[in-house]
Design a binder for this molecule. Sequence first.
Ligand SMILES: *[C@@H]1O[C@H](CO)[C@@H](O)[C@H](O)[C@H]1NC(C)=O
Ligand SMILES: *[C@@H]1O[C@H](CO)[C@@H](O)[C@H](O)[C@H]1NC(C)=O
Ligand SMILES: *[C@@H]1O[C@H](CO)[C@@H](O)[C@H](O)[C@H]1NC(C)=O
Ligand SMILES: *[C@@H]1O[C@H](CO)[C@@H](O)[C@H](O)[C@H]1NC(C)=O
Ligand SMILES: *[C@@H]1O[C@H](CO)[C@@H](O)[C@H](O)[C@H]1NC(C)=O
Ligand SMILES: *[C@@H]1O[C@H](CO)[C@@H](O)[C@H](O)[C@H]1NC(C)=O
Ligand SMILES: *[C@@H]1O[C@H](CO)[C@@H](O)[C@H](O)[C@H]1NC(C)=O
Length: 263
Amino acid sequence: MSVFLGGPALLWTALLLLLYPDGMSADTREPTVSLNPPWTPILKEDNVTLTCKENNSLELNSTVWYHNKTKLGVTTLTLDIVKAQTKNSGEYRCRNKGSILSKPVSLKVFSEWLLIQASTEMVLEGESFLIRCHSWRNLNVKRVTYYRNGKFLRFWYDNYNITINNATETDSGTYYCTGWISKQNHTSNFLNIVVRKDSPPEHQSKYHWLQFVIPSLVVLLFAVDTGLFISTQQQLTLLLKIKTTRRSRNLMDPRPKPDAKKN
Ligand SMILES: *[C@@H]1O[C@H](CO)[C@@H](O)[C@H](O)[C@H]1NC(C)=O
Ligand SMILES: *[C@@H]1O[C@H](CO)[C@@H](O)[C@H](O)[C@H]1NC(C)=O
Ligand SMILES: *[C@@H]1O[C@H](CO)[C@@H](O)[C@H](O)[C@H]1NC(C)=O
Ligand SMILES: *[C@@H]1O[C@H](CO)[C@@H](O)[C@H](O)[C@H]1NC(C)=O
Ligand SMILES: *[C@@H]1O[C@H](CO)[C@@H](O)[C@H](O)[C@H]1NC(C)=O
Ligand SMILES: *[C@@H]1O[C@H](CO)[C@@H](O)[C@H](O)[C@H]1NC(C)=O
Ligand SMILES: *[C@@H]1O[C@H](CO)[C@@H](O)[C@H](O)[C@H]1NC(C)=O
């Protein structure tokens, strides 16, 4: 019996290993890339630390970082960008040991005097966020004016951030700021802020289908395996039967029967 089980069982294991290359565990843990400080976009020469966040594991030196699909040499949970340059722009993704690849986080590095920044570009209704008018190398900025959708929003002689608590859809819009850096009036970039009622559907994992596909495949494999086993057993029984019939027939009738040739 064990000999006949061997073939299909091996096949089964091999196919399972193909499905779960990370040692038989159906892992769909997805880390996220977060920025600290959270500002996006950033200016040239700013510093930012990217963290591959995953709550349960603190696997050291086993993180893989990708920048624009190029694998980086860094293996720590954090990736430091010191004195950012334009080439540091692009998409960042990470993966921890046994986890799937994170969603991309886009980092934009601008070469400007003034930059309007938000703590997040995607806000949910009721959440709070910060907006700041950031200068290159944190140079002193005076007489700072904030605008939303082209309309005056706030003015300060010194440079302060705007805190928006309990965001509503009316806080959505295009923001920018103007300010004076050593006797020069500068205008920042434009930044779109979207305040949403619900989290967008893309927040759901792209890999949700795997939760259904993998068990189905296991069931299918089991069925195939059982099928193979049964058919092997049937064929064998058939073969044995034929042999016995043939032998008994041969004993009675020296002429071979045509139907015995079918197998
Ligand atoms: C970024 O870090 C470097 C080195 O620590 C520092 O010289 C530089 O001033 C920092 N940049 C900003 C904008 O603070
Ligand atoms: C991650 O953290 C959340 C809440 O902080 C918790 O509900 C969840 O079980 C954790 N996941 C794992 C895999 O530990
Ligand atoms: C991670 O790698 C760094 C540099 O290669 C090394 O100094 C450190 O000891 C490593 N940490 C662990 C926990 O392996
Ligand atoms: C990554 O892609 C961004 C946007 O396409 C580009 O600005 C940047 O220069 C790229 N950086 C590298 C190192 O490929
Ligand atoms: C504005 O943001 C900067 C950078 O995070 C922070 O250092 C500063 O304390 C903030 N100011 C206010 C008034 O929130
Ligand atoms: C946020 O705004 C909504 C609608 O205006 C209001 O019902 C709710 O009480 C506010 N929440 C807080 C914490 O201010
Ligand atoms: C600074 O420049 C902006 C855009 O050019 C302009 O709208 C604003 O009025 C100027 N501020 C002052 C104080 O001149």
